[in-house]
Design a protein around this ligand. Structure first.
Ligand code: AMP
Ligand code: ZN
Length: 113
């Protein structure tokens, strides 16, 4: 698969890594939309959250969400944070390797555009 996040996970494309284990990777977004903007993803390629859930990967899904929440809570410093999973065309997904956006360190608007 020609996938930029698979390349980052494999170490063949550089990124600012915040966390890595055998299953999960957290990197800084290259075009940050908040002072803290991380992308938390499974190392294994899933195109989107529907694929992960359909694969029955509930333990991985739980670890993934827990890591994103932990990083958001730490970075948000008690002032809060936001987790986002853009999915498909209407969801605004631009990279088809599942990732959670962790946004923190500023007040975020709602509703989204
Ligand atoms: P989405 O639009 O939800 O699929 O999110 C994709 C995100 O990946 C965007 O916020 C991009 O800024 C980010 N991105 C694209 N290429 C890279 C890269 N090489 N390293 C880090 N983040 C990237
Ligand atoms: Zn991938």
């Amino acid at each position: 698969v020609d996938c930029i996040f698979c390349k980052i996970a494999a170490g063949t494309l550089p990124a600012r890594e915040f966390y890595r284990d055998d299953e999960l990777l957290a990197i800084a977004d290259i075009d940050p939309q908040a002072p803290l903007h991380l992308l938390v993803m499974p190392v294994k390629h899933y195109a989107n959250i529907v694929e992960l859930i359909d694969a029955g990967e509930s333990a991985l899904a739980a670890r993934w969400l827990a890591l994103a929440s932990k990083l958001g809570a730490e970075g948000g410093g008690g002032a809060g944070f936001r987790l986002v999973v853009n999915t498909g065309a209407n969801g605004g997904q631009t990279v088809d390797h599942l990732h959670l956006h962790v946004l923190a360190e500023r007040a975020l608007g709602w509703p989204p555009g």
